[in-house]
Design a protein around this ligand. Structure first.
Ligand SMILES: [Zn+2]
Length: 62
């Protein structure tokens, strides 16, 4: 197996893993709360994302 084949295989496996992770996350999320409800990874509040987090903006301003 040459290096290009290995790299192609690695990319293929990573893509599959990401696909599986996304599906697993969706399954777990769906059983716990509303599907695709945004949750902030910065402050943990639902309703906004970390990129729009008021706490993060407040920190950034200071
Ligand atoms: Zn937040």
């Amino acid at each position: 197996m040459d290096i290009d084949t290995k790299i192609a295989r690695v990319k293929e496996l990573i893509a599959k893993r990401e696909e599986l992770d996304a599906e697993l996350q969706e399954l777990f999320a769906g059983s716990l709360k509303e599907r695709r409800a945004p949750k902030c990874s910065n402050c943990g509040d639902a309703g906004h994302r970390a990129s729009a987090c008021p706490s993060k903006q407040a920190v950034a301003v200071q």
